[in-house]
Design a protein around this ligand. Structure first.
Ligand SMILES: C=C(O[C@@H]1C=C(C(=O)O)C=C[C@H]1O)C(=O)O
Length: 401
């Protein structure tokens, strides 16, 4: 569905006041309107190595400043695979809104079907194959994901999904970003890849997960179990080590807590480590740092190259924007980039959701499937169908209308 044009007659609905791009952080939503200049480019090693992309961006920022904008910004999304083009643009106009004021209850949406394009059997077989790779190769961790296709009777309104995500996930980096004509990536990411404010950078990798529970007692047990779990600690350690290694050359000092803590999203518990550093060279941009980090083992694996190959061979679908990053950067290089997870791609009546789970040597395929199901509830909660998981077959599930 990712490359299809909108069917004739279907246009994304939404009021004129809906921003073209929105990104929430710490209680405020950055809203961007219109495209002043587009900077679609593949953000791979080559783009950063020869400095040409950053020069082009600098020229674009200077043109904008010449039009009277004191500190212009770039917004957009970068796909999982850096060889594919990012969707980045300098907007015509930006403002901020209080996230709480922008939040709204979800609209009732008449769903037609939920289809497990990659079903439980296929996913668990992929996890089993990955476990085999840990025995036979130097691969230590790989994040395997799956899509879930939701079809509604009428076109989804990305702006309304955004407002509902803000209501349901007040602490998340809630976002809505245009990725192609008629296609919008919407989500509520709990994971900050990088924030740069002047000299200071913060990265908050997550890995190691359990679902929330309505019972406080069960949740206490799950939190304690997560902190004590060797499997989850190992999964988490790979990410923290990789983030440390990527930031170490840029930061002095770099402060890394000795042990992870547990953070709560409305649907999940995660092991979390917040790293903070002071940049040796404060002119290094947030996007260059994000590129140095991406893809972390929170979304790809360890070692990166082998994990990428395993994802290509085992997942059986194209991630495209899922597992990339979304955010903004100003002309001084300050900015924030969140992992594009807990998200979905909206196109007309179609919404493709995504969720993945980190697989390590002592993973259990059934538990990894359950983990992806739990992560999908962040988006499925928009429709009140969190418990209506499709059956264990690969067949589409028709929902009562
Ligand atoms: C891959 C996802 O989440 C990532 C994987 C996690 C894990 O394996 O425990 C936890 C948080 C995220 O870093 C996702 O939500 O799709």
């Amino acid at each position: 569905m990712d490359v299809l044009p909108l069917p004739t007659g279907e246009r994304p609905p939404g009021g004129r006041s809906d921003p073209d791009f929105a990104f929430a952080s710490r209680g405020r939503v950055l809203k961007a309107y219109g495209v002043n200049e587009r900077l679609d480019v593949a953000l791979d090693d080559r783009s950063f190595a020869d400095g040409r992309w950053e020069e082009a961006l600098d020229r674009a920022f200077r043109r904008r400043k010449a039009q009277g904008v004191e500190n212009p910004i770039l917004v957009g999304t970068v796909p999982f695979d850096g060889r594919q083009h990012a969707r980045l643009f300098i907007p015509d106009h930006c403002d901020y809104e209080d996230a709480g004021r922008m939040a709204a209850d979800p609209d009732p949406v008449a769903l037609k079907a939920i289809e497990e394009t990659v079903g439980r059997n296929a996913f668990e077989a992929a996890v089993t194959q990955a476990i085999g790779l840990f025995r036979d190769t130097a691969l230590k961790k790989v994040v395997l994901s799956r899509p879930l296709d939701v079809e509604a009777r009428e076109a989804f309104a990305p702006g309304r999904l955004l407002r509902a995500l803000l209501r349901q996930n007040p602490g998340a980096h809630v976002f809505a970003a245009p990725v192609a004509y008629g296609q919008t990536l919407v989500g509520a990411s709990p994971e900050l890849l990088i924030r740069k404010t002047g000299r200071t950078v913060v990265s908050n990798p997550l890995a190691g997960s359990a679902p929330r529970s309505p019972s406080a007692e069960v949740e206490r047990q799950r939190t304690a179990a997560l902190l004590a779990s060797t499997k989850d600690r190992t999964e988490h350690r790979y990410v923290v080590d990789a983030v440390c290694a990527a930031l170490a050359g840029h930061c002095s000092p770099l402060s890394v807590p000795d042990a992870p803590s547990v953070i709560r999203t409305p649907t999940m518990l995660h092991l979390s480590t917040e790293l903070t550093g002071e940049l040796v060279d404060p002119t290094v941009s947030s996007l260059r740092l994000a590129h140095a980090l991406h893809p972390t083992p929170a979304i790809c694996g360890t070692p990166t190259g082998l994990a990428r190959d395993a994802i290509d061979r085992l997942e059986g679908y194209a991630r495209n924007w899922y597992g990339g990053m979304v955010g903004w950067m100003d002309s001084r290089g300050n900015g924030e980039w969140a992992l594009s997870i807990r998200c979905g791609l909206v196109q007309g009546r179609h919404l493709r959701l995504y969720a993945g789970a980190g697989v390590v040597a002592d993973s259990d395929p059934a538990a990894e499937w359950e983990e992806t199901a739990a992560k999908l509830t962040t988006m499925l909660n928009l429709f009140g169908v969190a418990s209506a998981q499709p059956s264990n077959t690969d067949l589409p599930v028709e929902l009562a209308s």
